[in-house]
Design a binder for this molecule. Structure first.
Ligand code: ZN
Length: 282
């Protein structure tokens, strides 16, 4: 496994890590200045700015866009809403292409309001991804399905393991033209099938992104209490070894949602800590 020591050029910062506290152009400069090689911006930031200008700034600083976050959820109570969700995602793909993003990150959505039908929600997800694929292919944007921890199944994602995401990829895209998997340690560190699923995804060259943070004990908020790498219980070196042994050569992207800790720290301090931990514990 390659060391990340002195290799921040192989590391990216997901802008959520800084808490979306300032306009994107400032965040981009900050991340480049701190020496990172990549950035993963969010749609609400890009859509609030001028995508052409943002894209130009990112390119001029030689940053790679490790991913564009993220899809509108696919499942919904009515057919009209489902169509609108697909349209929203189609529009985002154009921005992903303009940004030169390595992938469009797909967080697929949970149960529609009032529903208990998990199978139906999963079918809506498969249908939604299928509907998005032609445009993604045309634009040359890879769609990266990100399985989320099962605690999010009701509200955010009915795809919950790397193996499950991989099954959807193989079902919809047997020739591996456009679908891949985003592996986020926070969501999949607990999975007894992780090594096997990652190896299998790697054999197909389906690993499109790798996200790091840490799982804190105790975790005080399901969504907004992720830890800095090294502060929790995830074996990050072992996980990166699995990912890279499977052939993944892309960025290691830091993605930390931390309302009460890191989103209160000065952004440059957060980036300094990310840099130190990436090189020492990841
Ligand atoms: Zn992630």
């Amino acid at each position: 496994m390659n060391s990340l020591q002195g290799r921040l050029d192989r590391c990216a910062i997901n802008t959520a890590t800084l808490g979306h506290r300032e306009p994107l152009h400032l965040t981009i400069d900050r991340i480049a200045r701190a020496g990172f090689g990549g950035i993963a911006p969010w749609r609400h930031e890009v859509e609030a700015a001028d995508v052409a200008r943002i894209s130009k700034q990112i390119r001029s600083l030689d940053l790679e866009v490790s991913g564009y976050c993220r899809s509108t959820y696919f499942p919904a109570s009515t057919a009209e809403e489902r169509v609108a969700n697909i349209r929203s995602n189609t529009r985002a793909l154009a921005d992903a292409a303009e940004l030169g993003a390595r992938c469009f990150v797909m967080v697929v959505g949970g149960l529609p309001a009032g529903s208990r039908d998990l199978s139906a929600a999963r079918e809506m997800v498969v249908d939604g991804i299928a509907a998005l694929m032609p445009e993604a292919k045309k634009l040359g944007v890879r769609l990266a399905i990100e399985p989320l921890h099962p605690m999010y199944a009701a509200e955010r994602s009915v795809i919950n393991t790397v193996g499950h995401a991989l099954d959807v990829c193989r079902q919809l895209d047997p020739d591996n033209g456009v679908l891949g998997v985003a592996v986020d340690v926070y969501h999949c560190w607990w999975d007894p099938q992780l090594a096997e699923s990652v190896a299998s995804a790697g054999k197909d060259a389906r690993i499109a992104a790798y996200h790091v943070s840490d799982w804190l004990i105790p975790t005080t908020d399901m969504l907004l209490d992720r830890g800095m790498m090294g502060d929790g219980v995830i074996d990050l070196k072992e996980t990166r070894r699995l990912i890279e042994s499977a052939g993944y050569m892309g960025m290691t992207e830091v993605e930390i949602f931390s309302r009460d800790r890191w989103w209160k720290a000065p952004p440059d301090e957060v980036l300094r800590c990310c840099a130190e931990r990436l090189q020492r514990v990841c």
